[in-house]
Write a protein that binds this ligand. Structure first.
Ligand code: KIV
Ligand code: ZN
Length: 509
């Protein structure tokens, strides 16, 4: 019989610890939006906030509790009756409500922050869990700063809160201090020394002060922990929390070694990461694991060559598995001939060896001046300096009429193989009218797939550059670009550039 790997419960605290990130704050509507996306991602538990902290937090927990039915919803509370009653008031609407209560257990926190004895803290923890149990069977207790706590005391308090009814006991590395092997040792000690440990789910919650949050979470999971607390994009206090996407993809990619599984729908990872980044305004660093812009991009020639021969040479997971369309081969100065030729083929160019050599030399010269080379740059380089696209159609002059209460109309004159031709058409806007007129004149109707305009000089009389991408009836896609101080004229030139290119490509077969 096939054995399934033990499942790790994914407890997402983006809306609580993540929102404690300096600079990240979310309104109720945004929190609900993220909660829905977390449900699609299939996290097991959403910690929606700390209701006693502010009215906004209370409202947000209430709203998430009312809206989300596929995940448990947790509310945080210190180990006091006031906090717990308030947390319950907010979270009680959930289908599966959890109260998450905590108190610090380390000597440093007891002496300087709480100014309370160990016995006093133990009593408060037990009383808090019992109070929460009066409201819901789903109660989590966290021993704040557990990783810097006296181990004998930690064992005692863990045993006591389990006896009081805590169904999950969390051992947080609140200040990101512990090292993976040390965490595994701490968890093993708790499992071996706490007699009722099998009556609860052990959990970890790691901060990233030493950059070890994910490694620590995985080490603890290998030692027997069954719940991991984490956040999208690793948001959280100071250096952040363990990143959900890194944990989920480690569990998936290295299930051979870790022997673990999770319910996460990894194809929703990228979308969730973008949403959280956009709504919190917290940018994801380019080289961030899994969701950074560079995570599936290859630039070095050796890597690109290996990747094109066999993707697994340089990719341990596919971009599709996190919901990204495909990997990116970035053409830059480190790129090699293999990736260059491949990109040209994808763009529809079949060049002979001499043309490739010439194009590659020009590309390297350009790459020395410009960091990233985009498809449009390559096409311009090939068309203007290697293939030299003939100007089958040349714009002679144009006229546009229209206004707020008039349908825009374009009249255009083109030079076609030395002969003047002209026509007129109307459209939804002036640009549309111009493109429709060109379609009639060239008899090569195109579907506008993309249109962008940018200024390439400064001032009121700046030159604008228009780039277009056109889909042709025979299934081909062509790019074109044109520049002018008049945006309509730049658009007309770009459209004709694309058409001339299409004609030339067809003639070359
Ligand atoms: O870091 C921490 O210890 C916490 C607890 C409240 C779980 O966030
Ligand atoms: Zn925390």
């Amino acid at each position: 019989m096939q054995q399934t790997n033990p499942q790790i419960i994914i407890f997402d605290t983006t809306l609580r610890d993540g929102e404690q990130s300096p600079g990240a704050s979310l309104n109720i509507h945004e929190k609900v939006q993220i909660a829905h996306q977390l449900a699609k991602l299939k996290v097991d538990i959403i910690e929606a906030g700390f209701p006693v902290a502010s009215d906004g937090d209370f409202q947000a927990v209430t709203a998430v509790a009312k809206e989300i039915s596929d995940c448990a919803v947790a509310a945080l509370a210190r180990a006091t009756y006031g906090d717990i009653d308030c947390a319950w008031d907010a979270v009680k609407h959930a289908k599966n409500p959890r109260i998450h209560t905590f108190i610090a257990t380390s000597d440093i926190h007891l002496k300087y922050k709480l100014k309370r004895s160990k016995e006093d803290v133990l009593k408060a923890a037990v009383a808090a869990v019992k109070r929460a149990k009066g409201y819901t069977p789903n109660v989590e207790f966290s021993a704040e700063d557990a990783t810097r706590s006296n181990r004998d005391f930690l064992c005692r308090i863990v045993e006591a809160v389990i006896d009081a009814g805590a169904t999950t006991v969390n051992i947080p590395d609140t200040v990101g201090y512990i090292i993976p092997a040390e965490y595994a040792d701490l968890i093993s000690e708790l499992i071996n020394r706490v007699p009722n440990i099998d009556k609860t789910v052990l959990s970890v919650h790691c901060h990233n002060d030493l950059g070890l949050a994910v490694a620590n979470s995985l080490a603890a999971a290998c030692a027997g922990v069954r719940q991991i607390e984490c956040t999208i994009n690793g948001l959280g206090e100071r250096a952040g929390n363990a990143s959900l996407e890194e944990i989920a993809m480690s569990i998936k990619t290295r299930s051979d070694f870790l022997g673990l599984s999770s319910k996460i729908n990894t194809q929703q990872i990228y979308k969730t990461s973008r949403m959280v980044s956009n709504l919190t305004g917290m940018m994801v660093q380019r080289n961030k694991a899994i969701v950074g812009e560079n995570a599936f991009a290859h630039e070095s020639g050796i890597h690109q060559d290996g990747f094109l021969k066999e993707k697994t040479t340089y990719e341990i997971m596919t971009p599709e598995s996190i919901g990204l369309a495909k990997s990116l081969l970035v053409l830059g100065k480190h790129s090699g001939r293999h990736a260059f030729r491949d990109r040209l083929q994808n763009l529809g160019y079949e060049l002979d060896d001499d043309e490739i050599n010439k194009a590659f030399k020009l590309f390297k010269e350009l790459a020395d001046k410009k960091k990233d080379i985009f498809d449009e740059d390559l096409m311009t380089l090939i068309d203007d300096e290697v293939l030299i696209v003939p100007q089958t159609f040349i714009l002679q002059n144009w006229h546009i009429s229209g206004g707020s209460d008039k349908v825009p109309q374009a009249i255009i004159k083109l030079l076609y193989n030395g002969k003047l031709i002209h026509d007129a058409a109307s459209g939804d806007g002036p640009v549309d009218a111009v493109f429709k007129t060109i379609d009639r004149l060239t008899r090569i109707p195109g579907k506008l797939l993309n249109y962008s305009v940018r200024s390439i000089t400064r001032g009121k009389d700046a030159i604008g550059e228009v780039r277009v991408k056109i889909g042709l009836q025979d299934g081909r896609t062509v790019f074109g670009k044109g520049a002018s101080t008049d945006i309509i004229e730049a658009g007309a030139k770009a459209y004709l550039h694309a058409i001339n290119r299409a004609i030339h490509e067809k003639e070359r077969g």
